[in-house]
Design a binder for this molecule. Structure first.
Ligand SMILES: NC(=O)c1ccc[n+]([C@@H]2O[C@H](COP(=O)([O-])OP(=O)(O)OC[C@H]3O[C@@H](n4cnc5c(N)ncnc54)[C@H](O)[C@@H]3O)[C@@H](O)[C@H]2O)c1
Length: 352
């Protein structure tokens, strides 16, 4: 869709992760942050001091979605509100950039994709791991054929003590380690693998720390009023099989006893070469001997938030085809929910 306005006027809903996305829009010459929305007026006031603009403030997401000064909305609310808020934005003809996961259930995700695709507005997922430079670098190598056939992968998100202690949305139904952080590990590796069609999943999940008040962010001990409401998973692991024969081992730990490790780690296995994401390393066999190459990327590359903002703006202003549409978020959600369903039922789950 080509637009007549020179700058995309962005409204930001949610002053948590919304701040990171908003900073990227504020620093992009082709967008400006014109409106904020949060239940907490003080949070909006606090963030406004960072901006060169003077944005409108709203406490009702329906009002920011209806605001005629806004062309596009970033949705950064807790998971349960992702679908309702995005639907409201689409109803008002606003382009939508949505944080992960796409929704708190597969049904909500499916409906959102259907409405978004029928609407004609740009719909994009804000995916900070996929759009981070190391992952983009690997993706470029994959597309150039450097790895040959990529036939297997392992991907995980790991924390020693990282259960969020600031938002019940993370620890109650619709949240959990797998939907919160597993989604990054799964989306990034699926994208690297060329987005194959998933056909089945098997998995285990549970909560070993959260309900006991253990494993919270930086070893903090939250109030029992908070952690007694824990009803999600604090770990999940599974295996996903794809129609092209590729296999993927996927894990997410909010809390765990294990060696210090990168928060997101991906290992790719190809016929010509392999790789790990962190530190970015390529594995090859050259003249019959192993050759491992650690890649150091330039320091001054854009952040993932800047990459996301730039692509979203380009989809709106230049008509660029969106490379992270809601449809991707839905396919990821189907895989996530299949692993969690397998954990509940003890059976392999087919993915339609
Ligand atoms: N790397 C990433 O992409 C990344 C990182 C962190 C969080 N997230 C996602 O962002 C979402 C929010 O997480 P967070 O850590 O920013 O949480 P947070 O609690 O820090 O911020 C959420 C904000 O939304 C506001 N809010 C809640 N209900 C609202 C409503 N009805 N209308 C307007 N505002 C409302 C809250 O007041 C709060 O300020 C989650 O879905 C999470 O998965 C993504």
């Amino acid at each position: 869709m080509t637009s007549s306005f020179p700058k995309v006027r962005i409204g930001i809903i949610g002053m948590g992760i919304g701040r990171y996305n908003a900073r990227a829009f504020a620093s992009n010459p082709r967008s400006e942050v014109v409106a904020l929305c949060d239940l907490d007026e003080a949070a909006m006031q606090d963030f406004t001091t960072e901006l060169a603009t003077t944005p409108h403030h709203f406490t009702d997401y329906k009002e920011i979605c209806a605001c005629s000064d806004v062309d596009a909305i970033f949705v950064g609310t807790p998971n349960k509100l992702h679908a309702p808020v995005s639907l409201e934005a689409i109803k008002n003809d606003k382009h939508v950039l949505l944080t992960k996961p796409i929704a708190d259930s597969e049904e909500a995700a499916a409906k959102l994709v259907q409405v978004a695709e029928a609407s004609g507005v740009v719909n994009m997922m804000s995916l900070s791991t996929r759009y981070d430079s190391p992952c983009q670098h690997l993706g470029q190598l994959v597309r150039e054929g450097f790895f040959g056939e990529t036939y297997y992968a392992r991907s995980r998100s790991s924390r020693r003590s990282g259960i969020p202690d600031w938002n019940l949305g993370y620890i109650t139904d619709g949240g959990g380690a797998f939907r919160d952080m597993g989604v990054h590990a799964l989306d990034a590796v699926w994208w690297l693998l060329g987005m194959p069609k998933a056909i089945s999943a098997t998995g285990v999940s549970g909560a070993k720390f959260g309900p006991k008040g253990l494993g919270y962010w930086d070893f903090n001990q939250p109030d029992a009023k908070y952690y007694s409401q824990f009803s999600a998973d604090d770990y999940a692991g599974g295996f996903i099989r794809f129609a092209n024969g590729t296999g993927l081992q996927i894990e997410s730990f909010y809390a765990s006893h294990q060696a210090p490790t990168a928060e997101i780690q991906i290992e790719l296995f190809g016929t010509e070469a392999g790789a790990q994401l962190s530190p970015l390393t390529l594995y090859q066999t050259v003249n019959g001997a192993p050759q491992d190459t650690t890649i150091t990327l330039p320091q001054n590359l854009p952040t993932s938030w800047e990459n996301i903002a730039e692509h979203f703006i380009s989809c709106i202003l230049d008509g660029t085809t969106c490379d992270a549409p809601f449809n991707h978020g839905w396919q990821i959600q189907q895989m996530l929910e299949a692993v969690l369903e397998s954990a509940r039922t003890g059976k392999e789950v087919r993915i339609a």
